[in-house]
Write a protein that binds this ligand. Sequence first.
Ligand code: ZN
Length: 134
Amino acid sequence: MESYENLLKKAISEIPESASNKERFESPKIISIIQGNKTIIQNFTQICDQLSRKPLHLQKYLLRELAAPGEVFKSSLKIGSTIKKEKLEQKLESYINTFVLCNECNRPDTKLEKDEKGIIRKKCMACGTIVVVK
Ligand SMILES: [Zn+2]
């Protein structure tokens, strides 16, 4: 039997570099274009993949925040309004802060869990912190 200390040391040494450094999480870059009176986020589903979030969840959040209609088409989100990229970035940033990053350790390794009352909790897989987000 290995001692607890040894197991702990071993576990720590096995954590890959990227997980152990505390660098700030890098938000996905938005690729957007304006077409007529519409704004298209061309890499929308990629952003969702990077954040491990369902497209529908981010879509609902963005459209509510931007007070605009919109729909997902293939890998893009089409928004029925002209919106500057800075504003999109701002909204994505606040989504990430609320629904993706852990409030304690700031890592993006979180999961959203919805209970039967519709309360959504953000659970951090890295440090175990649970926060009610809605
Ligand atoms: Zn955490």
